[in-house]
Each structure stands twice: as C-alpha cells, then as structure tokens.
Design a protein around this ligand. Structure first.
Ligand SMILES: NC(=O)c1ccc[n+]([C@@H]2O[C@H](COP(=O)([O-])OP(=O)(O)OC[C@H]3O[C@@H](n4cnc5c(N)ncnc54)[C@H](O)[C@@H]3O)[C@@H](O)[C@H]2O)c1
Length: 116
C-alpha cells in the first residue's frame, strides 16, 4: 500500500509517517519545508519537496506512484496566525485540497480511492 502524506516533514505528518512505515506501508511524503524539516521524514519514506498547491508536482507524484490514500497535513496550523490573516489557511485547508481533488479525479488511483 502506498500512502501520500502531505506535510510529511511537519509535526503530525512525521508521527503519522513513522507509524505507517513501522506498519509496513510505503510512505510518500510531500512538504514545501516552509515549517517542516527534511530530517523529520523517516529514512524509509520517499520525500518530495513541493507545494501542495502545485498541480504539476502532484501529477508527477501520482504518475510515478500508485497512491492508495492521501492524508493531508500540509498547511498552516497556528490559531493565532489564522486570526490575523486567514487567507493562507483557506488556501491550504480548502482551496488547494479542492483543486487537487479536481486535478486527480481522472487518475485511476484516485478513482480507486473514491470507491473504497
Ligand atoms: N500539532 C498538534 O498538536 C496538532 C494536534 C491536532 C491536530 N493538528 C493538526 O494537524 C495538522 C498539521 O499540524 P502540525 O502541528 O503538524 O503543523 P506543522 O506546521 O508542524 O506541519 C505542517 C507541515 O505542512 C507543511 N506545509 C505548509 N503549507 C504547505 C504547502 N502549501 N505545501 C506543502 N507543505 C506545506 C509545512 O512545511 C509543515 O511541515 C493541522 O491541521 C493541525 O491543526 C495538530
């Protein structure tokens, strides 16, 4: 099984990646390293430094790997920041995921994901 973890170099993404790797899952981690750290990604995981809002990067990842599931942690996470400027939060938690779903819809792996 192949799982794409967005925000895989962040706090929760790292923990999730480690748990999945220890369970024998093939982890593909994506992170733009705006907050995360490359060294946080487990060595067994594949890492792509890319922005989740970049459809070209996502297309490439889905072309190279048969992704069975996506777990989305890539985004702004600080409440105080969200109160001052909500727009990046809207982008990473609503706009980018919506666009990614539209982008990935024709991919066979995305169709498989939706049918489960
Ligand atoms: N930290 C906690 O205790 C906690 C608890 C419960 C839920 N959560 C939730 O988990 C999610 C992740 O939180 P976190 O604490 O791991 O935050 P984090 O900042 O440590 O991780 C987010 C990661 O996403 C990356 N990122 C941000 N925007 C990106 C983009 N556009 N493209 C690619 N990568 C991008 C950052 O570089 C970072 O590595 C949030 O939804 C948060 O609310 C966190």
């Amino acid at each position: 099984m192949h799982v794409l973890i967005t925000g895989g170099a962040g706090y929760i993404g790292r923990i999730c990646s480690e748990l999945l790797v220890s369970a024998g899952v093939n982890v593909i981690a994506l992170d733009n390293l705006s907050e995360g750290h490359r060294g946080a990604v487990p060595p067994q995981a594949l890492f792509y430094e890319a922005d989740f809002g970049n459809p070209v990067a996502l297309d490439e990842i889905f072309r190279r790997h048969r992704i069975d599931a996506v777990i989305h942690f890539a985004g702004e996470a600080l409440v105080e920041k969200s109160m001052k400027d909500p727009s990046p939060f809207y982008e990473t938690w609503a706009y980018f995921p919506r666009n990614s779903c539209l982008t990935l819809e024709p991919a066979p792996s995305a169709l498989t994901m939706r049918s489960r």
